[in-house]
Design a protein. Structure first.
Length: 405
C-alpha cells in the first residue's frame, strides 16, 4: 500500500501557485512566506474613548488633580491635528491618531468634566492607553509562512496591512470518469422509472465528487462511459485536456471487459494490486498532461481507495498538512477477525460515553457493500499484521465531524 500511495503522490506532484483576491483566499494554502508591507497600527492611536493629555502636566500639590482645558476633539478619521500644549487636553475617540505632544489617554469614565475643563486624578503613566505604531506588526514581519492555511482571521490581518491579494496554491482540477455499460443515471424527471435487468444506478461519480471537494480540490468534469474501448479513450482525452488529475472508477479488475485496464496499461498507467480489502486492484500513471488514478468500480472499494491513496495525494499536492479531519484512538466494542497480510477498511460508529475518557467504536454498524455507511461516522484501516482484534483493543479511527457523546 505504501508503495502505491507514493506512486499516486509522485504522479500528482505539486499544484501551481496563483494570486487570488483576499475574498477568495479562505481555506487555501499560502504558497510563499508572506511579510507585512507596512506597520500595524500605522500610527500611534488611542485605545479608548477618552481624553488625550500630556502625562507630565503639572499636578496640584493639594489633591493630586490635574485641571486641563479642552481645546478640541479628534475622531477616528483622516486629518492633521495640531500639537498639544501643556495644560490642555483633547477629546479623543478609540482608534483616532494621537497628535504630537500627547503621551497618554485617560478613559472618559475616569475624568470629571466641567464644560471646557476636565479634572484628572491620580497617577497617569506615559503611554497609558496609547497603541504605538507597529506594536502589533512591523514592516517586514512574517505574517504567514508557506504552508499556512488561510483562515478568516488571517484574511483580516492581510487586509489590515494593506494587502488586496495573496499567493496561494491552486486547487487541483479533477475529472471523474465512471465506467461500465451497466450504469445508468438517476432521472429527476421520472424518479420511479424501473431499471432494466442488469442496469444499476451510477453512484461513484457523485460520491467521489463530494470526496474531492472535501479535500479542497475542484471537480471540473464528470462523465459516465460505456465499456467500449474507443469511447473510453475519447473520454480520457477530453478529461485530461481540462484536468490536472483524472480519477476513473471501474474497469481494472480481472474480467473480460475491463476497459480501463486494457486501454491504459499500454498508455502510461501502471496497474497493480495492493494488500487492502476492499480495493485490491489499483492503478496510477499519466495520460496526456494529467495524472491518472484508477479505482475499483465497487462503490465501497472506490471509497476505501480514495481515502487510502487519493485524498493524501490531493491534499499534499495543494500544500495541506495531514488529512484535515480528526483521528482518535478508540476502544473496539466487539471482537473482529482479520485476514493476515491484508489491510481492512472498515466503517463504523464512534461515541464517547461519560464517565469514559476513551471513545468506543463499533466497526460493524452498517450492512454489506455501500450500506456500511448507514449509521457510520468514522472509518479505520485495520492492521494487516494482526489476525484478531479483541473487544477493548485500541484502533485509530478517522472521524467525520465531532464525536457524539
Amino acid at each position: 500500500m505504501a508503495e502505491h500511495a507514493s506512486a499516486v503522490a509522485d504522479h500528482m506532484g505539486s499544484a501551481a501557485t496563483i494570486t487570488v483576491p483576499l475574498s477568495q483566499s479562505r481555506g487555501a494554502v499560502v504558497a510563499a512566506t508572506t511579510t507585512a508591507p507596512t506597520l500595524l497600527p500605522r500610527f500611534d492611536n488611542s485605545a479608548v474613548d477618552g481624553y488625550a493629555i500630556t502625562a507630565t502636566d503639572r499636578v496640584s500639590a493639594v489633591d493630586g488633580t490635574r485641571v486641563l482645558e479642552l481645546v478640541g476633539q479628534i475622531n477616528a478619521e483622516a486629518g492633521e491635528h495640531r500639537r498639544l500644549t501643556a495644560g490642555s487636553a483633547l477629546r479623543i475617540m478609540t482608534g483616532a491618531p494621537v497628535p504630537d505632544g500627547v503621551d497618554a489617554v485617560v478613559a472618559q469614565e475616569h475624568v470629571t468634566r466641567h464644560g471646557d475643563r476636565i479634572d484628572v486624578s491620580g497617577h497617569i503613566p506615559s503611554g497609558h492607553n496609547v497603541r504605538l505604531a507597529g506594536e502589533e506588526v512591523r514592516s517586514g514581519d512574517v505574517i504567514a509562512r508557506r504552508g499556512t492555511t488561510v483562515t478568516p482571521g488571517l484574511v483580516g490581518l492581510f487586509a489590515a496591512v494593506g494587502m488586496t491579494t495573496v499567493d496561494v496554491v491552486a486547487p487541483v482540477r479533477v475529472a471523474i470518469l465512471s465506467t461500465g455499460s451497466e450504469l445508468t443515471e438517476q432521472c429527476s424527471g421520472d424518479p420511479h422509472r424501473e431499471l432494466r435487468t442488469g442496469e444499476v444506478y451510477a453512484s461513484n461519480a457523485i460520491m467521489l465528487t463530494q470526496a474531492v471537494i472535501s479535500c479542497g480540490a475542484t471537480v471540473v468534469h464528470t462523465a459516465m462511459v460505456s465499456d467500449n474501448p474507443q469511447a473510453f479513450l475519447d473520454a480520457m482525452t477530453r478529461a485530461s485536456a481540462v484536468a490536472d488529475v483524472v480519477i476513473t472508477s471501474g474497469g481494472i479488475g480481472f474480467g473480460d471487459h475491463d476497459v480501463v485496464k486494457s486501454t491504459l496499461r499500454t498508455r502510461g498507467v501502471d496497474l497493480c494490486t495492493v494488500n487492502m480489502r476492499p480495493g485490491r486492484p489499483q492503478g496510477a500513471g499519466r495520460f496526456g498532461g494529467a495524472a491518472v488514478v484508477t479505482l475499483p468500480g465497487n462503490p465501497l472499494a472506490a471509497l476505501a481507495s480514495f481515502e487510502a491513496f487519493v485524498r493524501p495525494a490531493l491534499r499534499s499536492a495543494m500544500g495541506y498538512t495531514g488529512d484535515g479531519r480528526h483521528t482518535v484512538d478508540a476502544q473496539l466494542g466487539q471482537t473482529i477477525a482479520a485476514r493476515p497480510g491484508t489491510v481492512r477498511f472498515s466503517l463504523g460508529s464512534v461515541v464517547l460515553t461519560p464517565p469514559r475518557s476513551i471513545p468506543v467504536v463499533d466497526l460493524a454498524v452498517g450492512g454489506k457493500g455501500l450500506a456500511a455507511v448507514i449509521g457510520a461516522n468514522c472509518f479505520a484501516f485495520l492492521d494487516a499484521d494482526r489476525t484478531r482484534l479483541a473487544a477493548g483493543d485500541l484502533v485509530t479511527v478517522t472521524v467525520e465531524g465531532g464525536i457524539p457523546r
